[in-house]
Design a protein around this ligand. Sequence first.
Ligand SMILES: *[C@@H]1O[C@H](CO)[C@@H](O)[C@H](O)[C@H]1NC(C)=O
Ligand SMILES: *[C@@H]1O[C@H](CO)[C@@H](O)[C@H](O)[C@H]1NC(C)=O
Ligand SMILES: *[C@@H]1O[C@H](CO)[C@@H](O)[C@H](O)[C@H]1NC(C)=O
Length: 421
Amino acid sequence: MKGNACVLLSAFAIITVVECKHPNNVCKTFPDYYTRLTNRHCWYNPDVTAEAPQLVLSHGYQLELYEVITEDFYILQVFRIPPKNKNNKGIVFLQHPSLGSCANWIDLGNVSLAFLLADAGYDVWMGNARGNKYSNKHVYLSPNSNEYWNHSFHEMGLYDFPAQFDLVRKQTGYKNKINLISHSMGATSAFVYASLRPQHASENIKLFICWTPVAYMKETSPIAKIVAPFTNLLMFIVERLNLMNLAPPNGLMHSILKLLCTKIPWTMELCVLARGTLGGYNPKSFLPERLPLIIYQNFAGMSAKAYAHYGQIISAGGRFQFYDYGNKLNRLYYHSVNPPLYPIKNIKIPMSFMYGQKDILADEKDVLNFYNKLPIEARYGVKKIDGYVHLDFQYGKDVEKIVFNCTINILDQFRSVNSTK
Ligand SMILES: *[C@@H]1O[C@H](CO)[C@@H](O)[C@H](O)[C@H]1NC(C)=O
Ligand SMILES: *[C@@H]1O[C@H](CO)[C@@H](O)[C@H](O)[C@H]1NC(C)=O
Ligand SMILES: *[C@@H]1O[C@H](CO)[C@@H](O)[C@H](O)[C@H]1NC(C)=O
């Protein structure tokens, strides 16, 4: 009896020590999470809670950090994994989706896209859109003010991209143009950029690879369509409650999500289902071990106005249009009652689209309809990924084999075809 108690006690002590040092935080299946601390199908993944610089350095890559000021005085931080030798294959710039940050490109361990690109010989740069936790400064606005959060993907495309690309070109001596890879909202802002700053885009961009591009939203997810008509009301409430930053890292909302979506197995499954109502859910491509990573690394700050802008696009029948300020201000800003469409006929740089067959947010019909409206010189190809949903492009099972490898192949191929340019 005494011996047993002793064994039990020391076992408890060992578990406690393990729990203090690095408690298992990820598991292979949801049921495994019930016994996460002792289950052998669970382990400790330090990348779940790591900050972006740590993610780069801990995997043995070099890191350079830059700051750049946009035309409207937002201060952005740009990350670079410098090439190992001078003879690199060219520049790749990665732009994250909404809620995320540059961490999205480096949080899958040694198969993260940024590391695979660096290994393949590319000079890798990672942007951070205004408002995320690595780009949360402004020359004179407080990041807690409504003025600071008065931006959507429109400003990210119009101001953040030119500033970041100018920085990259300057730092690399204007030798090579930039390959841009962007996901979801990163692609939306890239369309804003390429249609409103076509000259800048032609001078600086070689190729755009757009994952799950969101622009036309006629067929988008039912839940988004249900919420969209309430956009103005929701924005009114959000402004009054001072929630213009919808996803402040480590705020109350994030703490609740961390509890429900990384600790309690049955609510974790609800989190996955809830997330699926927006972008689609395919249990075959979802890995439960990645849910904690998703929750920690995708709550980096996010402007409510960007979602309002999407909501307006949905309410307007999926038109890819400027922000709607209401009749009076629209007349002032746009000289018309309705907000104008983005002039996508101006887009002249080659674009390669990749989308998921089961994505309900960037629906196949909308993606193809948008692609086919682009000028012929901008249409460099479309690839459908079978079984994939919206966020599988970041965290799906075998994403490195299915999406990353294909992306690198497109870059390599474009490079060899255009090596004389
Ligand atoms: C990543 O690391 C794992 C485990 O160490 C290894 O088996 C795998 O080959 C590595 N993959 C790449 C692309 O380096
Ligand atoms: C946001 O910007 C618009 C357009 O410039 C302006 O009309 C509006 O008053 C601004 N709102 C805030 C809170 O700054
Ligand atoms: C990645 O693509 C290359 C070139 O097409 C191919 O040879 C290789 O087998 C692919 N790797 C994986 C893991 O799919």
